[in-house]
Design a protein around this ligand. Structure first.
Ligand SMILES: [Zn+2]
Length: 241
């Protein structure tokens, strides 16, 4: 009973962290931060995957994307990229965009500016080592950022990318049907969809993997082209894409 109560508390805390991050994004609108592409022209959507690479979940995600000829973006945690570099290189080689999701996935609001700098620069350095090339984009963990994040991203020569459609694939108890339904219901032209192929909640990410084939097919059936995030075109915060 007590263990269950604590688990419930952790879930609520996780939801609160995500909500707070979303509120911060709403307040701190900035054209330098990419949240979505344009709504004009042929409707396009970009899938993005956070928290990998994970030996099984990322591999399964890549298999599905390859079978569906669907490009995407992977925001990798630096520490995990160093642990599974072959998966990062495989994603790059199969045409996906690789982005930085910080070194250890710590929440920006709990870090000193120097620790934020280390997190962002460390993740960028890890991916540069794995790919033998710099990455241009970063996504702060939980989408939470502050002034130190801006400075650190600029110093690391990285642009910040968030999302406009969140999927419930990161919380304990996530179900494939709910993930699929939420993304299809929230989809809009120019959307950047935030999914999770990492193992911070393996069961939840496994549900995302289970939903992914139907998710890709469902978006296409609704008339969307699935493109890489950096190929969405000039939309909100997308100047210079
Ligand atoms: Zn994350």
């Amino acid at each position: 009973m007590r263990a269950g109560w604590y688990l419930g508390g952790a879930a609520v805390a996780g939801i609160a962290a995500y909500t707070a991050g979303a509120q911060a994004r709403g307040r701190m609108w900035d054209p330098a931060i990419l949240r979505r592409g344009p709504a004009t022209g042929r409707p396009r959507i970009a899938l993005t995957f956070d928290d990998g690479p994970h030996p099984q979940l990322t591999a399964a995600t890549l298999d599905i994307l390859r079978a569906a000829a669907c490009p995407a973006a992977f925001f990798c945690i630096g520490e995990q990229a160093l642990r599974h570099p072959e998966l990062v290189r495989r994603a790059r080689d199969e045409g996906h965009l690789i982005g930085n999701h910080s070194m250890l996935h710590r929440h920006a609001w709990l870090l000193t500016p120097e620790a934020t700098r280390r997190e962002i620069a460390g993740g960028a350095a890890a991916l540069r080592e794995v790919l033998s090339a710099p990455v241009a984009w970063m996504r702060p963990p939980w989408g939470a950022f502050n002034a130190a994040t801006y400075v650190a991203a600029r110093q690391a020569q990285q642009r910040i990318a968030l999302w406009s459609v969140a999927a419930p694939d990161w919380a304990p108890g996530a179900r494939a049907e709910a993930i699929l339904a939420a993304v299809l219901a929230r989809a809009h032209p120019g959307a950047i969809v935030d999914l999770h192929d990492g193992g911070r909640d393996e069961a939840a990410s496994a549900e995302m993997v289970a939903a992914l084939p139907a998710l890709v097919a469902g978006l296409r059936a609704r008339g969307y082209d699935l493109v890489r995030m950096d190929h969405l075109g000039s939309g909100e915060g997308a100047a210079g894409l």
